[in-house]
Design a protein around this ligand. Structure first.
Ligand code: ZN
Length: 419
């Protein structure tokens, strides 16, 4: 039995403009079903804009809405078809609260997306309100709305890459607004060995922004990859290229780590070949000092705990070359971190190069090749730490993103996180 008072209350509770509840029923195990209808008796033809009152057909179907307490709520909606008298053709009415061909209301999609940003997909589907397919559809719709927006006030752009699955060699490119710390785009997925593809995808995205936006960009922070440098020169004529200091440090650390491994191998060889027990004991002491020294050597010295600091002292005692290399690594890191005056920065970097030539031949060459772009860092004080910050957040999403079936979902989730 339909009670008028109940209907009025339910319509108010539902809170959807232009919609009234006609009847309600409660199904055990399923939830509440509200039959609804539009208040208006007409609709506007999307083709010619004429108001039409001529009902052609009723199209009733059920969509999911926000739950009421713990109870799932379904709306039986009627997306009516009207016949336009001017066009002589039927059209189906536009409903503000539910997109065409969707099985849920817009406000439910909005709520679910918020939840996806805080949890993983599994914990949401386990509540039984929406399915994985529906969540993916919601994310895709949201992504399409997002991709229409362009970075109109972008001045400093950061281009970087993050590994999607560690060790598998697939990367995606990340575009970041350095001034606002916002993720602009995430493009991929890009496979190692096919890095040129990243460049192509980035290029297409940049071209879509248009000349006006590109010409306004003053600075682009990139990793040490020539193709990116060429891309900036080609598309962003007014931008200064700044080499990302984090990538310089990555290379230096890599070289330090290679030396650490080499030292260990050498000592192990010596132990094998040692004929005198005294010699052998001495080498074993060195090996002991080298063991477990990777993180103490590579991590920023300021971030080491007491145990790691002790290990660092130990490894420096047994290996003079690692001692020098570690000190050089810390020196250049501090120069990047603490110097914000161009002359001092460049002078210190020059000093470093002359001292490090013997110990870090590869990094030395890289720095010389990218010298202009690296010292531009001191010029503008651009800290790509912002890019790094965003990358760390992306990694968090990636880790918590268990349940994302494909890259697209990961991408949308990341974008929504910043917009
Ligand atoms: Zn019409």
């Amino acid at each position: 039995m339909v009670n008028k008072k109940d209907i009025k209350i339910l319509t108010e509770l539902l809170g959807l403009e232009d919609v009234k509840v006609i009847s309600h029923r409660l199904h055990g195990g399923i939830g509440m079903i509200l039959q609804t209808e539009s208040k208006a008796s007409h609709s506007i033809c999307p083709n010619c804009g004429t108001k039409s009152h001529k009902l052609h057909q009723n199209h009733r179907h059920i969509v999911k809405d926000l739950p009421f307490g713990e109870k799932p709520v379904f709306l039986e909606i009627n997306r009516r078809q009207f016949k336009c008298e001017k066009c002589k053709r039927p059209f189906s009415e536009n409903l503000d609260f539910v997109r065409k061909k969707r099985t849920y209301t817009k406000r439910l999609a909005h709520k679910i997306i918020q939840e996806v940003l805080e949890n993983d997909i599994h914990s949401i589907t386990s509540k039984g309100i929406v399915t994985t397919e529906e969540i993916e559809r919601m994310l895709k719709d949201a992504s399409e709305e997002l991709s229409d927006s362009k970075p109109l006030n972008l001045k400093r752009l950061g281009i970087d890459e993050i590994a999607l699955i560690k060790g598998k060699g697939n990367y995606c490119a990340v575009l970041v607004d350095i001034d606002t710390s916002k993720l602009i785009a995430i493009l991929g997925d890009v496979y190692d060995g096919l890095r040129l593809r990243t460049q192509t995808i980035i290029r297409e995205t940049l071209l879509e922004w248009g000349v006006e936006i590109l010409e306004r960009i003053e600075e682009v922070s990139i990793d040490l990859w020539r193709e990116y440098k060429n891309l900036v020169a080609e598309l962003m004529p007014n931008a200064q290229v700044v080499a990302d200091r984090f990538h310089v440090m990555t290379q230096i650390n890599k070289e330090l780590d290679t030396q650490r491994k080499r030292e260990r191998q050498n000592v192990e060889e010596l132990i094998k070949k040692a004929k005198l027990a005294d010699d052998k004991a001495e080498y074993e002491l060195i090996l002991e000092g080298l063991k477990n020294s990777k993180y103490p050597l590579l991590k920023n010295e300021d971030d080491l705990n007491n145990q790691q600091l002790n290990k660092l002292i130990q490894v420096k005692n047994v290996s003079p070359i690692l001692k020098v290399m570690h000190e050089l690594k810390e020196k250049i890191r501090k120069n990047f971190n603490k110097t914000n005056d161009w002359y001092t920065g460049v002078f210190k970097l020059g000093m470093w190069l002359s001292r490090a030539k013997k110990y870090f031949p590869n990094s030395n060459n890289t720095i010389i090749r990218w010298f202009d772009e690296i010292i531009a860092y001191f010029d503008n004080g651009t800290t790509s730490g912002k890019v790094e910050e965003i990358n760390n957040k992306l990694k968090l999403i990636k880790r918590s993103g268990y349940g994302f079936r494909n890259f697209e979902n990961f991408r949308v989730r990341c974008l929504l996180n910043w917009h």
